[in-house]
Design a protein around this ligand. Structure first.
Ligand code: HEM
Length: 518
């Protein structure tokens, strides 16, 4: 049978039209994005303004924080990093985005990064609506006050003591009067995970006991990395849909087992008959009142707290120690301060109170560590609320994702003198009081390692307590140094970021302090 002429030519021409559209649409869209989009006047590279792809590439490579830092240097503190997104490296952005003054003008979280996976309960981090977030935060808050911290001090002291003991054994195993060369990074993780295990679930993860990660924790960083990949797919819902369909059953089973383990841990803690002043005790106590948390909300929130509270603190400690051993003069000054302040490193001498009050250089060193190695190097996007909003003097249409670049800002010469150098002195009181100090003009408010506002870090008192005690106890007990072979030194700027910082070995040498050997 002969196919009519119209039909014969119709198919190819329909196909041609579809192909033409597929080719033309992205080009037209890119031209619109660069020249006619409401954000077209905001500085930034054209390729990033034209399409989301350069951003995604940088995110998946783990270089997003450094790429954006370079772009800020080139284009200034207000930067368009995707067709519809703007990021800021200007101190005022903290207040404008995270603590807006006008009632009802909260910038909610961008669901691309935070929305919960299907079937999962709402957690503190995934709660989008301000009132739902406030309900969960209120239930957790009593466990994070300075008063609660006081009653949690014995738990913290126990694990930090165990950390010092285990490192002491490692040194002794290397032979008398000798020194050990170790990667100190995992040890910080062991301590912070064990502390949170006990404060959160009533049982440590036994990382210090076994000198290795609990299998569950070994999965956590990979899941944070996977989180970056999942967020990338969400920019293209069809890709996200297909990838979700392709998840192998073995991976789904692993996830289920993981959740079951957490649920078991939480159940065991909830069944305790004895009172213990940990974080969970406050959740249980207040849970009978209206607005308490469901068991699923407790499970998921405590999983998130485990990473939020442990990985971050360990990163800050790793970064600070890495800078210290590479700056022997600062290390010497800090070690001397710690050893002079305490007769012993016992719980009764080296208290959290004393560490906070009497060691200005320790506090300055940790602040400098947080500046150069922020554990949360960029605050993931919030969304401009209905009606639009102004950030750093720029009006933005509603729905625009906006973020704060902590890493770029902390190393910006516009805000800090010699910004890439490790100079704890900038945080000493004299630097703010003495006009002649080179650090007098530093914009210290640019550094907000714990963020600001309704969603700022709940665990900052705990984090400071852990950082001070761990650093002081180790320096009191051991002499630290960098390995002689500079090839083993880590350059913090080389680390990749997948929402959190991906660490590499922090090689240090340590021996028992020389005035104690005999
Ligand atoms: C040096 C250590 C730490 C740093 C630098 C840090 C930093 C931060 C930052 C920047 C945020 C805000 C993230 C955002 O809004 O996108 C945050 C949130 C949070 N942090 Fe931390 N954190 C640290 C340790 C801890 C610890 C020890 C805990 C307690 C277990 C903790 C619990 C939380 C919680 C619960 C939130 C979410 C608060 C909310 O959404 O209402 N953090 N942290």
């Amino acid at each position: 049978m002969e196919i009519p002429q119209q039909q014969r030519s119709g198919r190819p021409s329909a196909l041609r039209t579809v192909l033409l559209l597929l080719v033309c649409y992205p080009i037209v869209r890119a031209i619109y994005n660069v020249y006619f989009h409401p954000l077209s006047k905001i500085p930034g590279p054209r390729t990033w303004a034209a399409s989301r792809l350069p951003f995604i590439r940088s995110l998946l490579k783990g270089t997003i924080v450094h790429d954006i830092q370079k772009l800020h240097r080139q284009y200034g503190p207000i930067l368009r990093i995707a067709p519809n997104e703007v990021t800021f490296a200007q101190p005022e952005a903290w207040e404008d985005i995270l603590r807006p003054q006008l009632q009802g003008s909260q910038f909610p979280k961008d669901p691309i990064w935070w929305s919960r996976p299907p079937g999962s309960a709402t957690s503190l981090l995934s709660a989008m609506a301000p009132d739902e977030h406030a309900r969960i935060r209120k239930a957790l808050a009593p466990g994070f006050t300075p008063r609660a911290l006081k009653s949690q001090e014995p738990f913290i002291q126990r694990y930090v003591g165990l950390l010092a003991d285990r490192l002491g054994e490692t040194v002794l195993a290397a032979g008398p009067s000798s020194y050990a060369e170790i990667d100190i990074g995992p040890w910080f993780n062991f301590a912070t995970f064990d502390i949170f295990g006990d404060l959160g679930f009533g049982e440590s993860f036994d990382c210090l006991q076994n000198s290795r990660f609990h299998p569950w924790i070994a999965l956590l960083f990979n899941s944070v990395k996977a989180g970056a990949f999942i967020s990338a797919t969400r920019f293209y819902p069809a890709v996200e849909y297909i990838l979700r369909k392709c998840i192998p059953p073995s991976l789904k089973k692993m996830k289920q087992d993981h959740h079951q383990q957490i649920a078991d841990k939480v159940r065991r803690r909830l069944n305790y008959e004895m009172e213990r002043p940990d974080i969970m005790s406050h959740v249980i106590k207040d849970n009978t009142s209206q607005g308490g948390l469901s068991i699923d909300e407790i499970n998921i929130t405590f999983v998130i707290l485990t990473t939020a509270g442990s990985e971050t603190t360990a990163t800050a400690l790793s970064g600070t120690m890495n800078y210290l051993v590479q700056h022997p003069d600062k290390l010497r000054r800090l070690t001397a301060e710690v050893r002079k302040a305490f007769k012993s490193a016992s719980e009764t001498d080296m208290t959290l109170d004393a560490l906070q009050r009497n060691l200005p250089y320790l506090n300055a060193v940790l602040s400098e560590g947080l500046r150069l190695c922020p554990p949360v190097p960029w605050i993931l996007p919030r969304v401009v609320p209905p009606g639009g909003g102004t950030v750093c003097g720029v009006w933005l249409p509603e729905g625009t994702p906006v973020s704060v670049q902590a890493y770029a800002m902390n190393r910006d010469p516009a805000y800090f003198h010699r910004p890439d150098d490790f100079l704890p002195e900038r945080w000493l009181p004299v630097a703010t009081a003495d006009e002649k100090s080179p650090f007098f003009g530093d914009r210290r408010e640019a550094m907000q390692a714990f963020s600001l506002g309704a969603r700022s870090c709940m665990g900052q008192h705990l984090a400071w307590a852990e950082m001070r005690l761990i650093m002081a106890k180790l320096l009191w007990n051991f002499d630290f140094a960098a390995p002689e072979d500079k090839g083993k030194w880590l350059n913090w700027e080389d680390l990749r970021t997948f929402l959190l910082v991906e660490k590499r070995p922090i090689n240090v040498t340590l021996k028992l302090r020389s005035d104690q050997e005999e």
